[in-house]
Design a protein around this ligand. Structure first.
Ligand SMILES: Cc1cc2nc3c(=O)[nH]c(=O)nc-3n(C[C@H](O)[C@H](O)[C@H](O)COP(=O)(O)OP(=O)(O)OC[C@H]3O[C@@H](n4cnc5c(N)ncnc54)[C@H](O)[C@@H]3O)c2cc1C
Length: 161
């Protein structure tokens, strides 16, 4: 194992792997990524794979939107399919407090260029026919969001395990 490196990144989850990749892409020559188990052995391989920009604060909305862009380029840039499906992300809201909170979130998301919108229960059912609309007041939907295969982001050769 190398005993010297310009940068040592500890942890080969999605964060460590992305940091190591971007340092190398920026021209840092000797980046060492240390993982005590297998790449993506931690939370990364346990994630459900939802990817979205529907958050309630500016920083997370912008991070989510930039991540969606990066995931969209992933196949071309890295040469590996991460199973990205931008089928949208639907939040079902059943209390007035949730509706008010998501309305504020959607306003902020729209101001930052995220095409989310509030929809009524009938439209939510049309988008996702298996849901029950009893007690549903509204829903929030963004067509740009979706899901991918989290462990594939980390370890293309081994499928993350
Ligand atoms: C059940 C579940 C569902 C989730 N669903 C989603 C989702 O749908 N969408 C979403 O965006 N996020 C989701 N997440 C969150 C997401 O998985 C995490 O935010 C993300 O994986 C964190 O990545 P990470 O690289 O910071 O951590 P990790 O993937 O945990 O990586 C940390 C790595 O560091 C290694 N390590 C730790 N200590 C040392 C050490 N001393 N030396 C060497 N290596 C070390 C570990 O072995 C591990 O591999 C979910 C998480 C869980 C648990």
């Amino acid at each position: 194992m190398n005993t010297h490196a310009s940068v040592v990144v500890i942890g080969g989850g999605v964060m460590g792997a992305a940091i190591a990749y971007h340092l190398a892409a920026a021209g840092v020559r000797d980046v060492l990524l240390l993982e005590r188990d297998a790449l993506a052995a931690g939370s990364t391989s346990k994630a459900a794979g939802g990817v979205r920009a529907q958050f309630s604060d500016e920083l997370n909305i912008q991070l989510g939107a930039r991540s969606l862009e990066a995931f969209g380029r992933f196949g071309e840039e890295i040469g590996h399919d991460i199973g990205l499906h931008r089928v949208g992300y639907l939040f079902l809201l059943s209390t007035p407090q949730e509706v008010a909170s998501f309305e504020a979130g959607v306003r902020l998301q729209n101001a930052l260029g995220v095409p989310s919108r509030m929809i009524d229960p009938a439209e939510a059912r049309r988008l996702s026919p298996l849901i029950r609309t009893d007690g549903l007041l509204a829903a929030a939907f963004s067509p740009d969001d979706g899901h991918c295969t989290p462990e594939a982001v980390d370890d293309p050769d081994e499928g993350g395990r």
